[in-house]
Every structure is written in structure tokens, then in C-alpha cells.
Design a protein around this ligand. Structure first.
Ligand code: FES
Length: 177
């Protein structure tokens, strides 16, 4: 049985600029092997938009001659794809086995409480997105989280506020002394 969660994907709140579709089409036309290109195309589209709105997934499906269900299946399988707008700072909480046994669920709850959102959501001010990921390959540092370029290991609940503050300072460009 698949562990992929069913999710309603709503249309984008703003119209997608034609320029976005033009860039996606040009990228698709450059591909030699369309069959193996779907992930690359979706990656490129997410690079432009920051996420993959429903209209873009449907457009990619039509242009590449595959079903929308196939595109959505790929998008929902890989955690680096997002179907919702994401925050300036993406915080990923590893809930893989090693991190889970070291209390990753408690860390996740602490981030959810501090940011006022659940995993898979973005704060209303567009600053932070929170998500659960499976093993990020740093099990020796469990429990581990990743915030943009930074990996934080041996995380405790008391560290959560500090990490959010550090990332807020990075977003606003404050330099460390
Ligand atoms: S299980 Fe969390 S880094 Fe491996």
C-alpha cells in the first residue's frame, strides 16, 4: 500500500503568467528523451514558481502526453516537490527511524506550536514552511532538522525558538558579530 497522502490541490489564487508556460514549453522541447524527463521538467517548473500549482501540473501533463494523475503521482512521491506556496525558510524535520526514536515527534510538535502551523503548511506571513522528511543521511546526529542551508543535530525542544530566530535573522540579512 502506498504511503502517499491524498490531498486536494486547489487552483492557484493568482493566474499563472503566460511567460511561465512558455519557459516550461521551451524546456520540454529541449529534452531528448521525454519519457525520462518528467522529474527534470517538474523541477525546472518548481524553480520558476517556487512550488507546483495545479494548473502547471496539468499543463506539464498535456505537453508531455502523460496523465495528470501520473504527474501528481511523481510530485507527491518526492518530498522536494511542493504543491503549495512555500515560505522563505523551509524547515524539514526528519522523522526517519533514528530520529523518531530520539524524539523527532516532540521536536516537530515544538516547531508546530512555535510557528502556529502544522507540518505541510506555511505561516501566513510567508516566512516559514514546515514539513516532515524521511532520513536525511545524518542519523548519527539524531534528532536532526534542516533549515535551508543549515543542518541542526541533537536538537532539543529548548533549541526550537533559537533556531527560528536564527533563520529569521538570516531572512532579514542580519549578520552574526
Ligand atoms: S533518520 Fe533522521 S537523519 Fe537518518
Amino acid at each position: 500500500m502506498s504511503s502517499v497522502k491524498a490531498e486536494v490541490i486547489r487552483p492557484s489564487e493568482k493566474p499563472i503568467p503566460q511567460e511561465v508556460y512558455d519557459k516550461i514549453d521551451a524546456f520540454i522541447e529541449e529534452q531528448d528523451n521525454l519519457e525520462g524527463a518528467l522529474i527534470n521538467v517538474l523541477h525546472m517548473a518548481q524553480g520558476i514558481m517556487g512550488y507546483l500549482p495545479r494548473e502547471v501540473m496539468v499543463h506539464v501533463a498535456k505537453k508531455m502526453g502523460v496523465s495528470a494523475a501520473e504527474v501528481y503521482g511523481v510530485v507527491s512521491f518526492y518530498s522536494f516537490f511542493s504543491t503549495k506556496p512555500v515560505g522563505k525558510c523551509k524547515i524539514s524535520i526528519c522523522t526517519g527511524t533514528a530520529c523518531f526514536v530520539k524524539g523527532a515527534n516532540v521536536i516537530l510538535e515544538a516547531f508546530e506550536k512555535e510557528l502556529g502551523i502544522k507540518a505541510g503548511e506555511t505561516t501566513k506571513d510567508g516566512m516559514f514552511s514546515l514539513r516532515e522528511v524521511r532520513c536525511i543521511g545524518a542519523c548519527g546526529l539524531a534528532p536532526v532538522i534542516n533549515a535551508e542551508e543549515n543542518v541542526y543535530g541533537h536538537i532539543k525542544v529548548e533549541d526550537v525558538k533559537r533556531i527560528i530566530q536564527e533563520q529569521t535573522d538570516i531572512i532579514f540579512g542580519k549578520k552574526e558579530e
